[in-house]
Design a protein around this ligand. Structure first.
Ligand SMILES: Cc1cc2nc3c(=O)[nH]c(=O)nc-3n(C[C@H](O)[C@H](O)[C@H](O)COP(=O)(O)OP(=O)(O)OC[C@H]3O[C@@H](n4cnc5c(N)ncnc54)[C@H](O)[C@@H]3O)c2cc1C
Length: 453
């Protein structure tokens, strides 16, 4: 049953399946709660993740539970919404069914039928076709990877403290962040504050204030989506924090020894480093590719599938795709890439849900239009840049704006309060409460040595 006349006659039976409890999928689901539509939200995780703050988990400023919220808890009072933990493997667009796979040993139905499908599978980091770099350069997109980066960063200081050889110690105390978009800038700033402020005095053999932090960017400036004047201000703030900004330098290799940069004069340069954080290009979820294959919709080089002006797939008005995994065809037929940010996904999620409701009432909808509310990036304590409808802010005012916006959008009232308290304490003490290495093998797994050795 599609979104046709037959469906319109039976509201209660209309089944909407939403794939992804990220920014887009969550907003679509919220918009449909307490309606007579039967909604199933499918995600391979049991929580919504506030990705804009994963880098704070990676640097010990926040704990995982403070930036994630269980999907079931969000919808516990909404009887028309069912949450299903499963991975979407494939689509059967003719039968109007999803094919699912179990995750984490949790049984899942093999097939899930729908009348309307909304897919918001997001994106992941791409290594420019050099997947072998992934093992040496971790990213902070998922909670799991943010925790792995946290352990890696903190372990580097421990290793430096224990390392007698000066050259090897320098390798442990050199951190390279690749990509100077908002995430790269935030990561570099946070590593600088961690080493200069938080860890100061914690060690005996090393002085963490001597840490080298390099931010590498192939473009000629940091934060290329911001006006050039704000990029310059961000760069100045980074330098003040002790970050070395290397613009116009492309990474040509990453391995156990460090990062190789292509030189402006053609000479390659090796930066010896044991910790590399990847914050460069992204690629759309593989679900975008599959929807493109099945519907013939165009895809771009970043794997985004092109949707119609009402966010549906060509020839399938009952299938919407939203968020990081799409680009949108405008009225002139041109495919437009919107910024890969949360507000785009949220507005698209709300729009898709609105169209579903309007159609069930037999009403037409206007094409999707993105309302750009501005661009924000933080660098460190009291330092941020903001471009809000042409109003360019930097410094403390931009930082306070950044704090308020992030608190406002953080899901869960309790999380907001806890994060506010955490940030206030960190601001006052320059401390970070979650400096834990959680993936080291426990000595208690080894047999205890006997008393006589
Ligand atoms: C480190 C980082 C920092 C960022 N900072 C900012 C910022 O400061 N401001 C900003 O506006 N934006 C920021 N972004 C971008 C923002 O997070 C994304 O634009 C936004 O998350 C996109 O929303 P989405 O709904 O498309 O995808 P997501 O929020 O990524 O959600 C996708 C969901 O789909 C689920 N999923 C994927 N595939 C499957 C499958 N096969 N089966 C089941 N479930 C599946 C995932 O588990 C996930 O829950 C940042 C992103 C990152 C990575």
């Amino acid at each position: 049953m599609g979104l046709d006349e037959d469906a319109v006659t039976d509201h209660a039976a209309h089944r909407v399946v939403i794939v992804g409890g990220g920014f887009g999928g969550l907003q679509a689901t919220l918009r449909l709660r307490r309606t007579d539509i039967d909604v199933t939200l499918v995600d391979r995780r049991n929580f919504h993740l506030f990705q804009p703050l994963t880098y704070q988990v990676a640097t010990g400023a926040l704990s995982p539970g403070e930036i994630a919220y269980p999907l079931r808890a969000i919808f516990k009072r909404d009887r028309n919404i069912r949450v299903l933990m499963a991975e979407v493997l494939d689509f059967d667009l003719e039968a109007q069914e999803l094919r699912l796979r179990r995750v984490g040993g949790v049984p899942a139905p093999e097939r899930l039928p729908y009348d309307t499908l909304i897919v918001g599978g997001g994106s992941r980091y791409s290594y420019f076709g050099r997947d072998e770099w992934r093992q040496y350069a971790a990213e902070v997109k998922s909670l799991e990877s943010a925790l792995a980066v946290r352990s890696q960063l903190l372990r580097a200081f421990e290793a430096a403290e224990a390392e007698p050889d000066a050259e090897r110690r320098a390798g442990w105390l050199t951190f390279v962040v690749v990509g100077a978009g908002p995430t790269g800038v935030e990561m570099a700033g946070q590593i600088a504050e961690l080493s200069r402020d938080t860890l100061r005095g914690d060690f005996r053999a090393i002085d963490p204030r001597g840490t080298r932090i390099l931010l590498v960017e192939a473009a000629d400036r940091v934060l290329t989506t911001f006006p050039a004047s704000l990029s310059r201000r961000a760069e100045r703030s980074l330098r003040r924090l002790g970050v070395t900004v290397l613009t116009g330098r492309a990474v040509t290799g990453i391995d156990d020894d460090g990062v190789t940069l292509g030189g402006q004069d053609g000479e390659a340069e090796l930066i010896a480093s044991r910790t590399v954080v990847w914050a460069a290009g992204v690629t759309a979820s593989s679900l975008a590719g599959r929807l493109g294959e099945l519907t013939g919709a165009e895809r771009d080089r970043a794997g985004r599938v092109t949707v119609e002006p009402d966010l549906t797939l060509p020839g399938h008005p009952e299938v919407f795709a939203i968020g990081d995994m799409v680009r949108v065809r405008d009225a002139s037929g041109a495919a437009v890439v919107l910024p890969g940010v949360a507000p785009v996904a949220m507005q698209q999620g709300r729009y898709a849900a609105h169209v579903v409701q309007a159609r069930l009432r037999g009403q037409e909808s206007e094409p999707f239009r993105y309302q750009d509310k501005g661009n924000l990036a933080t660098i460190g304590r009291g330092a941020a840049v903001a471009d809000i409808k042409g109003l360019r802010l930097s410094g403390v005012l931009a930082w306070i704006t950044w704090l308020l916006v992030h608190l406002w959008y953080l899901v869960g009232f309790q999380n907001r309060i806890i994060v506010l308290i955490r940030w206030s304490v960190s601001f006052a003490t320059r401390g970070r409460g979650a400096r834990l290495i959680t993936d080291a093998a426990g000595d208690d797994t080894q047999p205890a040595p006997s008393a006589d050795g």
